[in-house]
Design a protein around this ligand. Structure first.
Ligand code: SF4
Length: 492
C-alpha cells in the first residue's frame, strides 16, 4: 500500500448542537438535539490507512480539545457548509497557528461551488477539494503534487489555480466501507435523530438523485442527477457486518438522497435485510407504489423520511418536485395501512409562497397526520436553481442562513410576504401540527411502552417547547458565530 500522510478528517466545533456536517440536508441546529453521521468524511478516511475522523459537534468537543487532538497530523481536511463557513475558517486559522506545517484542505458543497472565494477567505486554507472528493483526498494524502490532482483549487505563485474537474465516481462498489471508521473513531450513542430509534446508524448505498428539485443542495453541487449505486449483494454483506459490529443499534438508516429511486434494486436489498432481521429506514419520495411498500415493510422497513415540501400544487410545480398532491395522499394512506411510519419534511418560503399557502401546507400536514414533521425555511444555497432565481429576483434579504445560536434564519422574502411572516409561519405550523390530540396521544403511548423512550421524549419535548416559545419570529439575522463560546476558549 502507498504510504500516506497522517490525515485528520474534521467536522469542526461549531454552534452548540450544530448539524452542519456531511449527511445533514439542512445545515443548522435543529429544534431538538440531532446529529447525522459524518459519512462523507468517513468515506475518504476509510481509504487512508493512518487517518482519523473527529466529529467535534457530536462528541461535544471544543476548539482547545480539537487542537490538542490534532497534534501530529500532516494533513487536516475540514468539511464545511455555507452557514458554518466563517466559523470553520477560524478553526483552520487556529490549527495553522498551532501547527504551521500542517496542510489544511476544505471540502463540501460550499467550496465545491465557491472555490476561489473560499481560498481568498484565508491563507490558512491550502487547497479546496471540489466535487466528489474521496479519490482527490486519497491522492493528496499519497503525496501527489497539487498540479497533478484533479478536482482541487489551490494557491500557486501568488494566484489561484483551478485544476480540471474530477469525474463523478462510477464504480461505487470500489469505495471502502465506512464501518471500520465508525467503529474506530465514533461514539455511535452520540448520534440522535428525533424520529429514529436510538442508537441508530446511517450510511449511503449510493449517491445522486434523478429528481430536479430546485432547492436541493447535494444533487446540484456534489452528487449529480444520476443515482450511482452499490450492488445489492455488497450492501447486504455490509449490513450483516454492521449488525455484527454494532449489536446495540436499533435502526439502520440509508441516507441515499432517494433510496427508492431504483425500486427493483431497493426491493432486492430489502429482501436481504429481511433475512438478516434488520430494522431499517430510508429517504423516499411520496410516490412509491403499494406493492413495493409492502415488500419493504415485510422485510423490516420501519420508517420513511419523505419530502412533501408543500401542500400547494403550484409551489410543488415551481420547485420541480415532480410530485402530485393526490399521489402523495395515496402514498401516505398506503403507508398507514401497512404500518410504515413517516417523518414528513416541509419547507416554507419556496417560490410562490403566500400567507394562504403557508396555511394550506399546515392543513395538508395535519390531514396527512404523519407520525412526525420537520419544517425548514427555504434556503438558497449557492449554485442551486433556487439561488439563481432568488438572486435574479432580489428575494434574498440577508446572507446569514443561521442565527447566532445556529438555528435557521429566513433569508428569503417576496414582495407580498416578508421573511418574518415566513418564519412566524414555521412556529405556527409546528404548534398546529403537534398540539392536536393525535400526536399527543401517539407520544404518550410511545412513552408508556418504553422507559428509555420516555426519558428521551421528555428531553426532546422540553427542547422543542423551548425552541417554539423562546424564539419569536426573527427580525434580524446576525452574522455567523465569530463569538461562538466554544471558539473563544484558549488553546490549552
Ligand atoms: S427528491 Fe429529494 S434528494 Fe432528490 S432532488 Fe428532490 S429534494 Fe433533493
Amino acid at each position: 500500500m502507498t504510504a500516506t500522510l497522517r490525515t485528520l478528517f474534521l467536522n469542526p466545533p461549531s454552534y452548540s448542537g450544530f448539524d452542519g456536517g456531511a449527511g445533514s440536508r439542512y445545515q443548522a441546529r435543529r429544534e431538538i438535539k440531532s446529529f447525522w453521521y459524518p459519512t462523507w468524511l468517513a468515506q475518504p478516511a476509510a481509504m487512508i490507512a493512518n487517518s482519523k475522523l473527529i466529529d467535534a459537534p457530536a462528541d461535544d468537543l471544543n476548539l482547545a480539545q480539537v487542537i490538542q487532538m490534532s497534534r501530529g497530523f500532516d494533513l487536516c481536511v475540514i468539511h464545511t457548509s455555507t452557514p458554518s463557513f466563517r466559523n470553520d475558517v477560524l478553526v483552520a486559522e487556529r490549527l495553522k497557528q498551532e501547527y504551521p506545517r500542517m496542510m489544511i484542505g476544505f471540502c463540501g458543497a460550499h467550496v465545491a461551488v465557491l472555490p476561489e472565494e473560499s481560498l481568498n477567505a484565508s491563507t490558512a486554507i491550502d487547497f479546496v477539494a471540489r466535487e466528489e472528493f474521496d479519490y482527490t483526498l486519497l491522492e493528496i494524502a499519497q503525496g501527489k503534487p497539487f498540479a497533478d490532482v484533479d478536482g482541487i483549487s489551490y494557491r500557486s505563485n501568488g494566484s489561484i489555480q483551478h485544476n480540471k474537474d474530477r469525474e463523478l465516481i462510477g464504480d461505487m462498489d470500489a469505495l471502502a466501507s465506512v464501518l471500520d471508521v465508525y467503529k474506530r473513531d465514533l461514539t455511535i450513542e452520540n448520534y440522535y435523530i428525533g424520529y429514529l430509534q436510538h442508537p441508530y446508524l446511517s450510511l449511503y448505498t449510493g449517491r445522486g438523485c434523478p429528481a430536479r428539485c430546485t432547492f436541493c443542495l447535494w444533487p446540484q453541487t456534489v452528487g449529480g442527477h444520476v443515482y450511482r449505486t452499490r450492488g445489492p449483494e455488497s450492501v447486504i454483506e455490509e449490513m450483516a457486518r454492521a449488525k455484527e459490529y454494532f449489536p446495540q443499534v436499533k435502526e439502520f438508516f440509508f441516507d441515499d438522497d432517494t433510496f427508492t429511486a431504483d425500486l427493483p434494486r431497493a426491493a432486492e436489498i430489502a429482501k436481504g435485510l429481511g433475512k438478516l432481521g434488520i430494522t431499517w429506514s430510508c429517504n423516499s419520495r411520496a410516490n412509491v407504489p403499494y406493492e413495493y411498500l409492502k415488500i419493504f415493510k415485510d422485510n423490516g422497513l420501519r420508517l420513511l423520511l419523505v419530502g412533501y415540501e408543500s401542500g400547494n400544487q403550484k409551489i410543488l410545480n415551481n420547485i420541480k418536485k415532480g410530485i402530485r398532491l393526490d399521489i402523495a395522499r395515496e402514498f401516505t394512506k398506503n403507508c398507514r395501512k401497512l404500518g410504515i411510519v413517516i417523518h414528513g419534511t416541509f419547507i416554507l418560503g419556496l417560490p410562490g409562497e403566500t400567507k394562504e399557502t403557508i396555511e394550506e401546507t399546515t392543513r395538508f400536514a395535519c390531514e396527512l397526520d404523519v407520525e412526525t414533521i420537520q419544517v425548514s425555511l427555504a434556503a438558497p444555497y449557492p449554485r442551486t436553481e433556487l439561488y439563481q432565481q432568488a438572486v435574479r429576483n432580489a428575494w434574498v434579504n440577508k446572507d446569514a442562513m443561521v442565527l447566532g445560536d445556529g438555528t435557521q434564519s429566513c433569508v428569503i422574502q417576496y414582495p407580498e410576504l416578508s421573511s418574518e411572516e415566513i418564519a412566524a409561519g414555521l412556529n405556527r405550523m409546528y404548534k398546529k401540527f403537534y398540539f392536536r390530540p393525535r400526536p399527543i396521544a401517539r407520544m404518550l403511548v410511545a412513552m408508556a411502552k418504553d422507559s428509555q423512550e420516555r426519558n428521551r421524549r421528555l428531553r426532546e419535548g422540553a427542547e422543542f417547547v423551548k425552541f417554539l416559545w423562546s424564539r419569536p419570529a426573527p427580525k434580524k439575522a446576525v452574522p455567523a458565530p465569530v463569538a461562538e463560546p466554544k471558539l473563544e476558549q484558549p488553546v490549552a
